[in-house]
Write a protein that binds this ligand. Structure first.
Ligand SMILES: *[C@@H]1O[C@H](CO)[C@@H](O)[C@H](O)[C@H]1NC(C)=O
Ligand SMILES: *[C@@H]1O[C@H](CO)[C@@H](O)[C@H](O)[C@H]1NC(C)=O
Ligand SMILES: *[C@@H]1O[C@H](CO)[C@@H](O)[C@H](O)[C@H]1NC(C)=O
Length: 596
């Protein structure tokens, strides 16, 4: 054989091997993903959770809906107790994986209740009381690195924006970290302001005119937008004392140094404030009249004697400091312990700390950890919730780790939900700035109705944001040439089950008692007493489903291939040698043709 032909043959052979290996890989992956894992988890359901956390279903598995165009996380309940079933969870999934960064409400088991893509990046979604009514509040706007420029939104229980609150002052924009409504119906909010400061103490040739991001907080009258109080960190603290380091920060206006990083504000009954500074590892009391720093717990300040062997004041990079019991001096915070590249603790914790302001002592009362002791490099929250019967639970959002947990006040872990794979937490593909739980969010959307859509022999229905639907009632009618040919008939009733419920549409539904087939369907949303809350759009069965045609044609092609294969087998037998022959002969066209 000529040399050239040999080479061509070899190239052909290697190409064939490569294609075959690739095909094998695809077959293995497809079999594992679509056959093996589903089969294994069907037989051993307890394996679904470890598979989820290992990322077998992807970093951020989602659920898609037929009657709704946005997806929601397919959460997994790592630990479950029925006492976590009540109430709704409020999160704001951000990061590279989610398809939209809007607000999101889930039920206790992780089913979608409401989400929206009508807002920009959202943080800090929660229910707050203002003038005796519950509002859904959140920040929305543009997030740039560690700060945000945007506005705060207050939605009533029909999901209509009733108030939009902004920071007060020239060039000042509302920041993502805090929006807290006080019992005086005022709002506490954070502002990150790029400005100049003397940074000579920081060294490394930083000058008198360095650049910082100043941490400002304001108290604003929600009704008339009056500025009631303003405080800024640069009046009281020096950037050189920050624990956060940034070797390039502070030299130019392009890279200002975020030295203080305020991330929560509370107002107490005597009119003073409690604030948290992540980059100073400290929570502090601020005088509500003079702005003076009255006390500092944690960080460089050693004003408090820690009577818990350092565990009450050793928190670092913390978030969400709140008074739990102001009289008793008990506060809660989320102790991150980590802020890459700074690692100061092996894992993050929720903490309850008692401070005795008179005697300057601090004591750790409780701490809460997640099952896997996750480490959250940023964000996070701690909330005490009243679950009724004079009992409280502690609800923790793990910030940059896509998880929330519920504990007894003593620290026992009751429930843990992951809304992304544990294996992906480190990569922060999905995160929620904070996570809240509320037992009394009751809402009915004003601007949109329940949504019904027919696909593949079933009718799907959902109503984004509606919390009071208990049953769905399927109704059918006949509409010809735009004319209704009779009444709407009740065909079926189902209990609401998760975000989307589906009614099968069997042929007999289409041909009842000789009245002719129903051509059109709608669904009534019913409350627990079976009162109609609202009707869906009218859905009609599509003439023929496109996917049906695709499947039929595919099956047809497979049949033809099988018949051809059998014919070939009967003619020549089925020996391995034949395959090699086919392959070799493909190089040589004449030989190839002879063989066939
Ligand atoms: C989803 O539907 C809403 C309302 O019909 C619409 O405003 C929005 O743009 C849609 N979003 C996407 C991603 O298609
Ligand atoms: C915000 O920064 C600007 C300079 O960038 C400064 O003029 C202004 O005073 C600052 N505002 C406050 C409230 O500190
Ligand atoms: C401070 O210490 C004194 C003496 O031990 C004690 O009587 C007092 O109750 C303490 N104050 C608080 C607020 O616990």
């Amino acid at each position: 054989m000529p040399v050239v032909a040999m080479d061509r043959q070899r190239i052909f052979r290697y190409t064939l091997y490569a294609v075959l290996s690739l095909a094998t890989l695809v077959v293995v992956v497809v079999t594992t993903q679509f056959l093996l894992i589903p089969a294994v988890t069907y037989i051993w359901p307890q394996l679904e959770t470890p598979f989820y956390d290992l990322g077998f279903f992807g970093a951020y598995p989602t659920r898609d809906y037929v009657s709704f165009n946005l997806s929601s996380p397919r959460s997994t309940l790592i630990r479950w107790d029925d006492s976590c079933d009540r109430g709704n969870v409020f999160i704001d999934p951000g990061g590279p994986s989610p398809d939209h960064h809007g607000p999101m409400i889930l039920d206790g088991r992780g089913n979608l209740v409401w989400t929206s893509d009508q807002y920009e990046t959202t943080t800090n979604l929660k229910v707050q009381r203002y003038r005796g009514n519950d509002f859904l509040t959140f920040w929305s706007g543009h997030k740039a690195k560690t700060m945000g420029t945007g506005s705060y939104y207050m939605l009533d229980n029909t999901y209509s924006v009733v108030h939009k609150v902004d920071a007060i002052g020239d060039g000042l924009r509302a920041d993502l970290h805090e929006f807290k409504i006080t019992s005086d119906d005022t709002a506490l909010l954070t502002v990150y302001n790029k400005t100049q400061a003397d940074l000579t103490k920081m060294g490394w040739f930083r000058g008198e005119h360095g650049w910082i991001i100043d941490s400002i907080f304001q108290e604003v009258d929600i009704a008339d937008g009056r500025l009631l109080f303003e405080w800024k960190a640069s009046d009281h603290f020096n950037a050189a004392d920050a624990y956060m380091t940034n070797p390039f920060g502070g030299y130019s206006s392009g890279i200002p140094f975020d030295f203080f990083h305020i991330n929560s504000i509370e107002k107490d009954s005597s009119g003073n404030y409690l604030i948290s500074s992540r980059h100073f590892h400290s929570v502090m009391g601020i005088n509500g009249v003079t702005g003076e720093v009255m006390w500092q717990l944690g960080g460089h300040a050693e004003e408090f004697t820690d009577i818990s062997n350092g565990r009450a004041s050793d928190f670092s990079w913390q978030h969400d400091a709140r008074w739990l019991d102001e009289e008793e001096g008990i506060l809660t915070l989320f102790d991150n312990g980590v802020a890459w590249p700074h690692v100061d603790a092996p894992y993050s914790q929720g903490k309850v700390i008692r401070v005795d302001l008179e005697n300057r002592t601090a004591e750790l009362l409780h701490s809460y950890t997640s099952l896997e002791h996750v480490r959250s490099s940023s964000q996070g929250s701690v909330q005490f919730i009243d679950i009724g019967d004079a009992e409280e639970h502690v609800f923790i959002g793990w910030g940059s780790s896509a998880a929330y947990t519920e504990h007894t006040t003593d620290g026992e872990l009751l429930c843990e939900t992951h809304f992304a794979a544990l294996a992906s937490f480190w990569w922060e593909r999905v995160k929620s700035y904070r996570a809240f739980k509320s037992l009394d969010w009751h809402a009915m959307p004003k601007a949109w109705d329940p949504s019904a859509a027919i696909e593949g022999g079933a009718l799907f229905v959902s109503w984004n944001g509606a919390t009071e639907v208990a049953f769905w009632e399927l109704q059918g009618t006949v509409i010809r040439d735009g004319q209704e040919q009779g009444e709407w008939k009740e065909l079926d009733i189902l209990e609401r089950d998760g975000f989307e419920t589906s009614f099968p549409l069997p042929p007999q539904l289409a041909k009842p008692q000789g009245e002719g087939p129903y051509t059109h369907f709608r669904v009534a949303a019913l409350d627990a007493e079976r009162n109609v809350l609202r009707y869906s759009n009218i859905a009609t069965r599509p003439a023929g489903s496109a996917s049906g045609y695709v499947l039929t044609s595919l099956a047809g092609m497979l049949c033809i291939a099988a018949v051809l294969g059998i014919w070939q087998y009967r003619r020549k037998g089925w020996k391995a040698a034949d395959w090699r022959q086919y392959a070799q002969s493909a190089v040589d066209r004449t030989k190839y043709q002879k063989l066939w």
